[in-house]
Ligand binder design. Structure first.
Ligand code: F6P
Length: 338
């Protein structure tokens, strides 16, 4: 292995730059050349590649986004796209690649490895929905952003005796919503993975809270609840009760509980900004580990966090794993948050 490439793919997340920095500096320390592949797999197809040195990654540790840029690349899902990428690797002398992204990006890494370009992958997404890993780079920062924003909404809700319906990102998974709910004391947590009932989880919980003298409420809802995807247990129910989005959710809460409600869709603010120390540290450890694997001629692996340790799995095996939702912590949030 003489030259290592690195790319970021899929949705960006905080800590991606820290991970790339660790890959670049570890690889340079090992005596490798490092090539930055721009715009995800597109850069491999189009030859949009730049050599990186120690200072290319200076002052990137604390910045959000990804300086390599990122994209979702449909062309790479086709054999023709993969073959173009293999040709690019030959042209630039790239012997191995570190890929940072979600599970779609892992499939790309596996396909490239099978076509003779050794790859290792690292989990980078705010959603924490990569089944093989307890943690994904960006998750902690996203949760902290949500909590900070919900705290602000709480102040204004409390002033007006209102309810805030807060829509949190996660098309397929409610992990960000769950953690943000625990940390912000949301009265009701609505996620794709757990069946929701308006009467039980809104009307009755609000009544109970009001009985204790509560005057403001937060309902944390994962955007995934409104999408018709297999992981969503609530899609049909939400359609049936006439809730298709956060605005309709807030309207129904106003009508059924008498508590004036407003919706706030947090959106992409959850993906930007300075990564937390936790994200920077895990990104650095994973980036370092990834290069060590390639150095030892180990590829087709995904770097994961398991029981607080960084380790690795075969990509195919990793893609077939299951990650059950943490129902225990979901119930705990319901018990403690009123
Ligand atoms: O996977 C990260 C994520 O932010 C999801 O939470 C969200 O559903 C999706 O990406 C949004 O994608 P885009 O930025 O392409 O709109």
């Amino acid at each position: 292995m003489k030259t290592i490439g690195v790319l970021t793919s899929g949705g960006d997340s905080q800590g991606m730059n820290a991970a790339v920095r660790a890959v670049v500096r570890t690889a340079l320390n090992e005596g490798f050349r490092v090539m930055g592949i721009n715009k995800g797999y597109n850069g491999l197809i189009n030859g949009d590649i730049t050599e990186l040195n120690y200072t290319s990654v200076s002052n990137t540790l604390s910045s959000g986004g990804t300086f390599l840029k990122t994209a979702r690349c449909l062309e790479f899902k086709e054999e023709a796209g993969i073959l173009k990428a293999v040709e690019t690797c030959k042209k630039f002398g790239i012997d191995g690649i570190v890929v940072l992204g979600g599970d779609g990006s892992f499939r790309g890494a596996r396909d490239l490895t099978l076509h003779g370009v050794p790859c290792v992958a690292m989990p980078g997404t705010i959603d924490n929905d990569i089944v093989c890993s307890d943690y994904t780079i960006g998750f902690d920062t996203a949760v902290n952003i949500c909590v900070e924003l919900i705290d602000k909404l709480r102040d204004t809700c409390e002033s007006h005796n209102r309810c805030s319906v807060v829509q949190i990102m996660g098309k397929n998974a409610g992990w960000v919503t769950l953690e943000a709910s625990i940390a912000s004391g949301a009265t009701t947590t609505v996620v794709p993975e757990v069946e929701f009932n308006f009467e039980r989880d809104i009307v009755e919980r609000f009544k109970r809270g009001m009985g204790f003298g509560k005057t403001s409420f937060i309902v944390a809802v994962s955007e995934g609840v409104f999408f018709d995807v297999p992981s969503n247990k609530n899609y049909e129910y939400m359609q049936k009760i006439g809730i298709h989005n956060a605005a309709e959710f807030a309207k129904k809460i106003t009508e059924e509980t008498g508590v004036e409600s407003r919706e706030t869709v947090l959106g992409h603010v959850q993906r930007g900004g300075t990564p937390t120390a936790r994200d920077r540290i895990i990104a650095t450890e994973m980036g370092n580990y990834a290069v060590e694997l390639l150095k030892n001629n180990i590829s087709n692996r995904v770097i994961v966090m398991k029981e607080n340790h960084i380790t690795d799995f075969d990509i195919l095996e990793a893609l077939q794993m299951k990650k059950p939702f943490d129902i225990k912590r979901y119930n705990m949030a319901n018990d403690i948050n009123i």
